[in-house]
Design a protein around this ligand. Structure first.
Ligand code: AHR
Length: 493
């Protein structure tokens, strides 16, 4: 029996809802086909956005949506994407498959999507190949409330009122696809470009600097030293690869055995070490914790589905991805003092997606179900969970078998999310609610007898949550039995 304690006597700060952010890049079939089909499409749509996807995404309460990239952001010129669609400039999407980009989905379409999803926009600006003027004008175009050249252009294009622009990224991966810069050089560019990202009228922009790739602690050190005072957030990108190897095969999304199950979950747990070590550097320059660590790209990255365009990053999504999602969300909760936003890559049809589409069909992935189950933590107050996890041993290696986090919501309901990483062993837990006496527990469970179970267009509900019957209250304490390879979220009142 594993002993666990939830300290309900004191809360540990708010779990920002922005941890549940999403990311939509002009990449493969994410924006085009996945979200935007155009008003004339036979696929049922609202103003050009597919209805099935809108409906599914609304249900998981997306708090923030990042766009237009990714690597695409640093070659995107926003003026190409405004005005009558038939007259918009075309370009080649050199990063992603070399396909033509017709710019039919631009600033107006993105911001309307945010309205339809009731989500807040997070726009990534172009530092790699764009000018300071271009960035300044984009922010003016979107947010200036009054008479100005950019506001006039916006009105000509059909939008009278300015939009709210809460989040703006000054470049993306400028250590790589966004210009191959050194941190010293980018830090200066950040200072320069961000100066012109203005707060017009009542709009306040939370400015996010391009942060490190994975364990590049030098990048964090330089950025914090040189520019912390001018930023609100610093991004971090880390993807989970089964092999941990970018150079060779990454591994299949669906064809894997226990070795890759284990290595994938081990690699995803590395997120915790990254957050701890980057936070330590941030603490040095920002002891008050004002600058947020913004994990604006994360998730599983595998070989593309056989027969699909390698530049489109289309991959299936299995029970293993549900575990990746649950483990990372638990980590973000547990470090929510510093982690103020996270954006899983990506929302539709790309990498670890929420939904997949094929023609007029759509399916919800296991990852979607985890986001749906976990959404009860959004803006809830974090509670400390203590336990000594048993080891999950595999060959000569071992990792913690359990991942957990807890929160209490505005009406006093305690939520506990737990993942059992072990592919074969059940976990029996006795959990004391230090400071409270639970009377009733309900919950939902996501698991399957096959580790690589996934939803297909022919069988879209193969992996879906069910009511969890393995938990009960016993003298005010919670007793639960987690099946192997499972994700559970409990509500305790
Ligand atoms: O999410 C796919 C790509 O991964 C993004 O465009 C880039 O920022 C990262 O390398």
């Amino acid at each position: 029996m594993i002993n666990m304690q939830i300290d309900t006597k004191q809360t540990k700060g708010t779990i920002s809802r922005y941890i549940y952010g999403q990311f939509a890049e002009h990449l493969g079939r994410c924006v085009y086909e996945g979200i935007w089909v155009g008003e004339d499409s036979p696929i049922p749509n609202t103003e050009g956005y597919r209805n099935d996807v809108l409906e599914a995404l609304r249900k998981i309460n997306i708090p923030v949506l990042r766009w237009p990239g990714g690597c695409f952001a640093d070659e995107y010129h926003w003026m190409d994407g405004i005005g009558p669609r038939s007259r918009r400039a075309r370009m080649i999407n050199t990063h992603w498959g070399g396909v033509e980009e017709n710019n039919h989905f631009g600033t107006h379409e993105f911001l309307r999507l945010c309205e339809l999803l009731d989500t807040e926009p997070y726009i990534s600006g172009n530092v790699g190949s764009g000018t300071v003027r271009e960035m300044q004008q984009w922010v003016e175009y979107m947010t200036f409330d009054g008479e100005s050249p950019m506001a006039a252009m916006r009105k000509e294009n059909g939008r009278e009122q300015p939009w709210k622009l809460p989040f703006f990224g000054v470049g993306n991966e400028n250590w790589g696809c966004g210009g191959n810069m050194r941190p010293e050089y980018y830090a200066d560019l950040y200072r320069h470009y961000s100066t012109y990202v203005r707060n017009y009228g009542g709009n306040r922009v939370y400015k996010i600097a391009c942060g490190p790739n994975t364990a590049d602690y030098h990048w964090t050190e330089v950025l914090m030293r040189e520019a912390a005072g001018l930023m609100d957030g610093l991004s971090l990108h880390y993807y989970t690869l089964p092999t941990g190897n970018w150079a060779g095969n990454k591994g299949s999304a669906t064809e894997f055995g226990i070795d890759e199950w284990f290595s994938t979950l081990k690699n995803t747990q590395y997120m915790e070490e990254l957050i701890v070590k980057h936070s330590r550097i941030m603490d040095k320059y920002d002891p008050e914790g004002r600058v947020g660590l913004i994990v604006d790209e994360w998730g599983g990255w595998y070989d593309v589905e056989p027969g699909t365009n390698p530049g489109f990053l289309y991959q299936q999504n299995t029970l293993r991805d549900a575990l990746i999602a649950g483990i990372n969300l638990n980590i973000f909760h547990n470090y929510s003092q510093r982690v103020k936003m996270a954006n899983i890559a990506q929302v539709v049809n790309v990498l670890q997606a929420m939904v997949l589409t094929e023609g007029d069909r759509m399916l919800l992935t296991p990852t979607y179900h985890v986001f749906d189950m976990f959404k009860v933590h959004q803006d809830a107050e974090r509670l400390e969970v203590s336990f000594e996890s048993p080891d999950y041993k595999h060959g000569a290696e071992k990792i913690p078998q359990l991942s957990a986090s807890a929160s209490v919501d505005a009406v006093g309901v305690i939520h506990l999310s737990v993942c059992n990483l072990h592919h074969a062993e059940t976990a029996s837990i006795r959990c004391c609610l230090n400071g409270a006496e639970g009377k009733q527990v309900t919950g939902s469970l996501l698991t399957h007898s096959s580790l690589n179970a996934h939803n297909t267009f022919g069988n879209p509900d193969e992996v879906a949550p069910v009511p969890f019957t393995g938990a009960r209250m016993e003298a005010g304490e919670l007793v639960l039995k987690l099946p192997p390879a499972s994700v559970v979220v409990l509500s305790i009142v």
